[in-house]
Design a protein around this ligand. Structure first.
Ligand code: GAL
Length: 649
């Protein structure tokens, strides 16, 4: 069955409320709750003062109520006594500002004192609850990297030097990798190296890139240290952490092999009519990160959040479609932040499953209805999604592509991804989002949105894949640098140029708001460049400015496959001129064609899930009769109300 529930923070409430919580959870069909994410100060009042009594009672209540616990390791917010005793664990910003306690996530990932206290707490938690009947899963930390993803303190500087020694061996290799001949930056000893703190001007870009790698590894080391303790004491209990798929500092591809199940938090903005596209991308990243395994939607809102400029609530009925979208993308759990809307604290205006108004409310009524609906489709859980199209995403390339001092500060990795994801989504084509070095053999179309940092080995694998019959679609700002952020000489695109049959001689980024016109039709924004044909055919050209008549969109037959290149950020029609023939050549079809705008159809195992993200009703005709999972009726069409959904088989 799809698990249903949310973050449960009973420590925020008097104990008398807990019994009501259990009764309401039963009413809502709650099966899984995340407990203790921010409970460190509640279970440990000093170095040797552990107070687990209240948590014992919570765990017992959950077990008695048949609710499973995703028990957190509580290490995301060190308690005040700890930062008083050891202020050296506090993180330091690039400019030297020490971040005070009082918020959360105020620890330097490299702090050995923080790690020692965290390890002790985890050891005690794991030992105490190892055999507790409520324990279903471990939840390490919370959204690593969300507020603090790096620290520039002296201990981190030392750890960074150790990391560099491991990576480069000797300082001359580091000098070479960091191009330190530039601006008199040559090092004679590793001890001279610092984190890229605020400097007189742009710090060395390769140093910044390595620091991003190091900081990701430092956070991962915190995670792994906790995971090792949990796996030793409770080897049969799954371990996870909640990612934010599109959080730049955390390389989900590198982390997820160290989880037993992937989990993600997602907060679509009800004020943004296209937020379901970002949610879809988030979910496709997390599903793909563990090879298509079902995953957990660990947190999402029942209505408004508290952290946007204006916190618009979800509209009546919208909760169902936003939650079921995760299921349509492969989730085996629909969990909210949080069970009971807080009475005090920074998130008191953040919605919950039980709002301030109490259970007699629109939100709790919608929560209950969805709980019942999910319970009625037990077969959905565990089913998989299989896609024939993938987008490539490499966190290291993302880090490198958005360093300071570059051709255009307008380009961004999320924008590049979305510019390719949205047209596929709108065509009803399901996609995986994988690392460039993942096994691509199951895909017929591979889309490469701005893979700025390109390793020669990756290019050669993409060449083999295309030669064997793949349809490769590549967008601008690809193949610019190697893994040390050094330019591929001889024309941009570097090692991928032979596959695409073009090289790029010169970048011509466009000012904000400007566009270029294309021939035979269409426009491009953000970017243009001087493309030299080296075997490819121009199927679109720039039609104005200094590049008039030069290639903007190209196609190149390569072995049994085809490689397409886009030298600007294209409008929808121009994107169609590439995607449609590529999809047709690969015979990739949507789950269901001809859908009204805003309606999504997704296949998951034997199920077809229809989601109306729009506030207008929609009539869907099915190519052949299907069974409606809600009532067992055989139907040949479905009427979806505003934000309506249907699960068919
Ligand atoms: C998440 C976080 C939760 C809560 C939520 C509010 O980022 O994990 O603890 O703060 O946001 O939207």
């Amino acid at each position: 069955m799809i698990a249903f529930g949310g973050d449960y923070n009973p420590e925020q409430w008097p104990e008398e409320i807990w019994a009501e919580d259990m009764a309401l959870m039963k009413e809502a069909g709650v099966t899984l709750v995340t407990v203790g994410v921010f409970s460190w100060a509640q279970v440990q009042a000093g170095p040797d003062d552990f107070r687990f009594g209240w948590l014992d009672r919570v765990m017992d209540l959950l077990a008695d109520s048949g609710v499973a616990a995703d028990l957190a390791t509580m290490t995301a917010s060190p308690p005040p006594w700890l930062t008083r005793l050891h202020p050296e664990i506090l993180p330091v910003r690039q400019d030297g500002t020490v971040l005070s306690p009082g918020g959360r996530q105020h620890f330097s990932p490299s702090s050995h004192v923080y790690r020692r206290y965290a390890a002790e707490l985890v050891e005690r938690l794991a030992t105490r609850y190892a055999d507790h009947p409520a324990l279903a899963m471990w939840h390490i930390g919370n959204e690593f990297g969300c507020h603090v993803s790096a620290s520039y303190d002296d201990e981190s500087a030392g750890a960074f030097r150790g990391w560099l020694r491991d990576r480069y061996g000797d300082v001359e290799a580091l000098n070479d990798a960091w191009s330190t001949a530039f601006w008199s930056q040559r090092y004679t000893d590793f001890e001279e190296v610092l984190p890229p703190r605020v400097a007189a001007t742009y710090p060395n870009p390769a140093q910044q890139l390595d620091f991003a790698r190091f900081s990701n590894d430092a956070m991962l080391a915190c995670y792994q240290a906790e995971a090792a303790i949990l796996r030793r004491i409770t080897p049969a209990v799954r371990v996870t952490t909640n990612f934010l798929s599109l959080l730049k500092p955390v390389d989900v591809h590198k982390w997820s092999p160290h989880t037993d199940i992937a989990a993600v938090d997602c907060y679509p903005d009800p004020a943004d009519p296209r937020s379901y596209l970002w949610a879809g991308l988030t979910y496709d990243i997390i599903r793909s990160a563990r090879g298509g395994q079902p995953w957990l939607l660990m947190e999402h809102p029942t209505s408004a959040v508290n952290w946007r400029q204006v916190n618009v609530p979800q509209r009546p009925g919208q909760l169902r479609v936003t939650s079921l979208q995760a299921v349509a993308h492969g989730a085996d759990a629909v969990l909210y932040f949080q069970w009971r809307q807080s009475r005090g604290g920074a998130e008191k205006f953040h919605s919950g499953m039980v709002p301030h108004a109490g259970p007699d409310s629109r939100i709790f009524t919608e929560v209950k209805a969805l709980g019942a609906e999910l319970a009625a489709v037990p077969g959905l859980a565990g089913t998989r999604i299989s896609n024939e199209v993938s987008l490539l995403l490499d966190w290291e390339s993302w880090w490198a592509s958005e360093l300071d001092s570059r051709p255009s500060a307008l380009t961004s990795q999320p924008d590049a991804l979305m510019s390719c994801y949205a047209p596929l989504f709108e065509r009803g084509i399901g996609v995986d989002v994988v690392h460039p070095d993942a096994d691509l053999s199951r895909y017929k179309v591979v889309v490469v949105p701005s893979l700025y940092l390109l390793r020669a080995a990756t290019a050669s694998r993409l060449a083999d894949w295309t030669r064997a019959g793949g349809q490769l679609v590549v967008t601008f700002l690809t193949g610019i640098v190697d893994e040390c952020d050094r330019i591929h000489l001889g024309g941009y695109l570097g090692p991928l140029a032979p596959v695409l049959g073009v090289t790029v001689e010169e970048h011509v980024p466009l000012p904000e708001g400007a566009h270029v016109t294309l021939a035979p039709s269409g426009t491009g924004t953000m970017w243009s460049e001087r493309v030299i044909l080296r075997g490819a055919t121009a199927i679109g050209t720039f039609s104005g400015g200094d590049l008039a008549g030069e290639p903007a969109v190209t196609r190149h037959a390569f072995g049994s496959g085809t490689a397409w290149y886009l030298a600007t950020r294209p409008d929808a029609a121009t994107m169609a001129a590439v995607l449609d023939p590529a999809l047709a050549a690969a015979d990739v079809r949507p789950a269901l064609g001809g859908l009204p705008h805003g309606v999504q159809a997704a296949r998951r195992g034997p199920y077809l899930i229809l989601l109306n993200h729009a506030a207008q009703a929609a009539e869907i005709r099915l190519p052949s009769p299907m069974v409606n999972a809600a009532d067992g009726a055989t139907v040949s069409g479905v009427a979806l109300g505003p934000f309506g959904t249907a699960i068919l088989r």
